[in-house]
Design a protein around this ligand. Structure first.
Ligand code: F6R
Length: 221
């Protein structure tokens, strides 16, 4: 059975996750899947501070919005602003899901050495919303009302939140050799506990993580 490690502070949450990334960067060749959103910000800050060598790794992002009006809201922009612009990684080693070309790179996260995840309040991981198949591959999805509402805090209004996104599927995510799930705030506690300790069900996509044998879960209030 998996356990949820309770971390004292948000800074420490980022630091724990950064330790896992740092260890992976030391491999002769590695691949890492990254999330966006508010939870991993302290991890990215810590990674930038540590001035690590990124030359042996290739990165992949979990998801990307479609049809954005403002490119500054894209996860491409987010990753450059929060991480890549402050490291020695070369741009041909950073991969993003582009809805025009994603079918060419379909399961690009296959067997990644490390996958860092956040969790949505409805139990989504990446943009795999409740009800989707555990066997899902990378694809275009419709965002749920709850996700659009939750993410409207990053936009002027909910109308500006895209209706669709491209997301890595649960299958390629689960094929990662190691998964680290990060959650912050009381609003995530209930769904996190449900996902990890209750029934494995497609109604709570994150519950599939119970089947992973190299999973770490870090939570802070
Ligand atoms: C984003 C992603 C999402 C977020 C989740 C939590 O790339 O994969 O699943 O991790 O929506 O977002 P925050 O951290 O903003 O609460």
């Amino acid at each position: 059975m998996h356990k949820i490690t309770i971390i004292k502070s948000y800074f420490e949450l980022g630091s724990k996750a950064a330790d896992c990334v740092e260890k992976t960067l030391l491999l002769p060749k590695s691949s890492i899947i990254f999330p966006t959103g508010s939870t991993p910000i302290s991890m990215y800050k810590e990674l930038v501070k540590r001035k690590l060598n990124w030359s042996n790794t290739t990165t992949y992002n979990l998801d990307e919005y479609m049809h954005l009006k403002n490119p500054e809201k894209s996860y491409f922009y987010y990753m450059h602003k929060n991480l890549f612009n402050h490291t020695n990684i070369s741009s041909n080693k950073t991969n993003f899901l582009d809805y025009k070309t994603f079918s060419k790179t379909k399961n690009y996260g296959f067997c990644a050495d490390l996958c860092i995840l956040g969790i949505g309040r409805n139990g989504h991981i990446a943009f795999n919303e409740p009800g989707g198949s555990f066997d899902s591959e990378t694809r275009i999805v419709e965002l749920s009302k709850q996700t659009r509402k939750d993410n409207s805090r990053f936009f002027k209004s909910i109308q500006d939140v895209p209706l669709k996104a491209v997301t890595m599927g649960l299958k390629p995510i689960m094929s990662s050799k190691k998964i680290v799930l990060l959650a912050k705030g009381k609003s995530k506690k209930e769904i996190l506990e449900k996902a990890i300790f209750e029934e494995i069900t497609e109604k709570i996509p994150a519950s599939i993580l119970q089947k992973h044998d190299n999973l770490k879960i870090y939570y802070c209030d």
